[in-house]
Write a protein that binds this ligand. Structure first.
Ligand code: MN
Length: 192
């Protein structure tokens, strides 16, 4: 069985940037549903049922699954681990990660240039999806993915995740994704 991890903060900890109601619904309904649906898919495959889900995502192309289940694993498994990282990134107790900032400065020129690039990826993702800072071997990259596609299925290691599905911001921001993205940066403590 895959389990919903504990939210590393309270529902109202992200106020005023992300409102209590959005966090509550996003975590207890959306994230929980991905976990439930993931478990439903894995019920048919007892030998991988309790496997580390990150590992399953990395191997998703080569697992012996019916094709409809492979896609379901990508959707619900991705939905599960993407949100786990999203919450972890937003934890107000996160400390500034000096070595990550140094790497970002080196790779993108400056923290601001990285933020601009990441924001562009978040805004440019048409429809539902995610913006990411990922590691490709030792290189940092900004990418976006559609739906719940995890960077792990492309061989990348996700480091920072921004959910740009409307359910992540609609209650407070309605259609104003740019405002949500802009305010989300205030919550990314690991970058200072
Ligand atoms: Mn979401």
């Amino acid at each position: 069985m895959q389990k919903l991890p504990k939210l590393p903060f309270e529902f109202d900890s992200l106020e005023p940037y992300i409102d209590k109601e959005t966090v509550k619904i996003h975590y207890t309904k959306h994230h929980q549903t991905y976990v439930d649906n993931l478990n439903k898919v894995l019920e048919k495959y007892p030998d991988i049922q309790n496997e580390n889900i990150e590992k399953l995502m990395q191997q998703v192309d080569s697992l012996e699954l019916e094709e409809i289940d492979r896609q379901a694993l990508i959707n619900h498994g991705g939905g599960h681990i993407n949100h786990t990282l999203y919450w972890r990134n937003l934890d107000p107790n996160n400390k500034i990660n000096i070595s990550l900032i140094e790497r970002i400065n080196k790779q993108f020129g400056s923290l601001q240039k990285f933020k601009d690039k990441f924001t562009l990826a978040a805004m440019g993702q048409f429809g539902s999806g995610w913006a990411w800072l990922v590691e490709d071997d030792n290189k940092l990259k900004v990418i976006s993915t559609g739906n719940q596609n995890s960077p792990l299925i492309y061989g990348f290691k996700p480091i920072i995740a921004l959910d740009v599905w409307e359910h992540a911001y609609y209650l407070k921001y309605q259609n104003k994704r740019a405002e949500y993205v802009n305010n989300w940066w205030y919550l990314i403590k690991l970058l200072g």
